[in-house]
Design a protein around this ligand. Structure first.
Ligand code: AMP
Length: 522
């Protein structure tokens, strides 16, 4: 299949050639024709599959007719994080080199003024995070009645971040006659509900079931005690022992640990930086830029900050923590082994993580081999009188990263109801062979049933284990009753005046935690 057969305009085709693409990826082959027919599209695909071009290229073609009026943008792309929004803007600029279109990026963390000026000039393409878009709309600076095409990207991430009520609210501000393109890597029931409510007879295009992990990624589990210091030492050993490591992303579950681990690696002479949602926009961009350009070798990141980022060539992914949600594991390790390359991923597992690892293995449908001995209860720091730490039990402000920015996560008050009947979905045939260099796993035949492993292990437990604003998954099952932890047990406990010996004798030179004190109540 070639791009020429998809119905794209000459200007777009010439930009595609300039980008060096020779053939469309499966999501592009499946989504572009129905978008050009002005149909709604439900795309089940994740970043790394060429998803962005699958909506940007046909949008550019459709935008060639008509012009934008002041404060009335013609197309709207919603992204869960600022980084993803900025990435889509880059893609638009790249694929739209032959078009004279006005773009505006409406994201939090930057001033309103510049964004207002752009809106006043007339914008063809609006790329926004939900909170900032609603802020502009509420200030009367934005009229959404001219929107012809709406793209909701990374819908499952929107759900995780509590943005679904905002999305519903935005959808109601748009003209009903618009075209809606909806992308998600997974389809939990809240997402299906949105699709039923806001898409009309969508063409469904599915690639690379989200529970699949790239075949070209070597996976391993590595045992450690639950003492953070041991975990950091294990991480350094894994880094030192890794052959052919060119760069790595290291995932932590908590924002605070992202900083601690990054500083620890730096202190041990490794070129590391941190990426998490509490950093200001400029620092995040700088960090990412450094990593993309290889001036930074180790990027320590949280899920929210790193999800969906297009970092083409990462040789290693280390999980410093076992993720609470099994699907996060798939997303994390999807950062390596991209574009046909091989990759390596290793996950540090403590005795408390056993159940989370079982859930991951259930989701991906295979056992992950241990490198060295499997974790044993005796490794527990708690059993040696060290600090106790559970991977899934604590709640509270710093338990896990839940959102990009407070101003972009205040959705619950904005909830409304709609009575639009659920439309039927229709399927679009997608080529079945692996195409294009960016596909992570073979495309599934459409109509594609949910992968069995995914059906058996829905995205569960996250709500019960991670705090979060505006979450709408309260009713989801928890992993098991035995995981319930009474609130009083979750309260931090300050040790008696003299700190425990192992907090003082930080002989690996890694004193980040002892200095801050809060690590003592980890
Ligand atoms: P995305 O899934 O949109 O984040 O894209 C992942 C990567 O694939 C990006 O670096 C794109 O530049 C690249 N890409 C997108 N479409 C193609 C294509 N048809 N051929 C080769 N690379 C592509």
């Amino acid at each position: 299949m070639s791009f020429e057969t998809l119905g794209l305009s000459e200007k777009v085709l010439s930009a595609v050639t300039a980008a060096g693409y020779t053939q469309p990826t499966p999501i592009q082959a499946g989504a572009i024709p129905p978008v050009l027919e002005r149909r709604d599209v439900l795309g089940l695909a994740q970043t790394g599959t060429g998803k962005t071009a699958s909506f940007v290229l046909p949008m550019l073609t459709l935008l060639e007719k008509g012009r934008a009026r002041a404060r009335m943008p013609r197309t709207l792309i919603l992204e869960p994080t600022r980084e993803l929004a900025a990435q889509v803007e880059e893609n638009f600029t790249r694929y739209g080199v032959n078009h004279k279109l006005n773009l505006a990026l409406l994201i939090g963390g930057v001033s309103f003024e510049e964004q207002n000026r752009k809106l006043a000039r007339g914008v063809d393409v609006l790329i926004a995070t939900p909170g900032r878009l609603l802020d502009h709309s509420e200030r009367g600076k934005l009229l959404l009645q001219g929107i012809e095409i709406l793209v909701i990207d990374e819908a499952d991430r929107m759900l995780d971040m509590g943005f679904i009520p905002d999305i519903e609210r935005i959808c109601k501000l748009l003209p009903p006659s618009r075209q809606t393109l909806f992308f998600s890597a997974t389809m939990p029931k809240e997402i299906q509900h949105l699709v039923d409510k806001f898409l009309s007879n969508p063409a469904r295009v599915e690639v690379a079931p989200p529970s699949s992990t790239a075949e070209n990624v070597a996976q391993a589990l590595v045992a450690s005690s639950d003492d953070p210091k041991d975990k950091r030492a294990t991480l350094r050993r894994l880094i030192e022992e890794s052959e052919e490591l060119t760069n790595a992303i290291i995932f932590c579950n908590r924002k605070r640990d992202v900083g601690v681990v990054a500083r620890s690696l730096e202190r041990h002479g490794l070129n590391a930086g941190a990426l998490h949602g509490d950093m200001d926009q400029r620092s995040r961009m700088q960090m990412l830029e450094g990593f993309r350009k290889n001036t930074l070798t180790y990027l320590v990141a949280s899920d929210v900050a790193a999800r969906g980022l297009d970092i083409p060539a990462v040789s290693h992914v280390f999980n410093f923590d076992v993720p609470h949600s099994p699907e996060d594991y798939v997303h994390r390790i999807g950062r390596t082994g991209r574009a046909g390359r091989t990759g390596t991923t290793k996950m540090i597992v403590t005795p408390a993580d056993k159940r989370a690892v079982d859930n991951i293995e259930k989701l991906i449908g295979k056992e992950i081999p241990w490198e060295g001995d499997a974790v044993s209860e005796e490794d527990s720091g708690a059993s040696r009188g060290g600090r106790r730490r559970s991977s899934g039990g604590r709640r509270g402000k710093d338990t896990a990263e839940t959102t990009d920015k407070p101003e972009e996560a205040k959705p619950s008050s904005r909830r409304r109801k709609s009575s639009k009947p659920a439309p039927a979905e229709t399927e679009v045939e997608v080529a079945t062979e692996q195409q294009g260099p960016v596909t992570q796993a073979p495309v599934s035949q459409a109509p594609a049933p949910a992968a069995p492993a995914q059906a058996a292990a829905p995205a569960k437990g996250r709500n019960s284990q991670r705090g979060g604003r505006g979450r709408s998954r309260e009713k989801e099952p928890v992993f098991g009753e035995s995981e319930f932890v009474p609130a009083f047990l979750l309260r931090p406990v300050r040790p008696s005046p003299a700190p425990a010996a192992d907090n003082i004798a930080d002989d690996d030179g890694d004193d980040a935690e002892t200095a801050s004190g809060d690590a003592l109540v980890d």
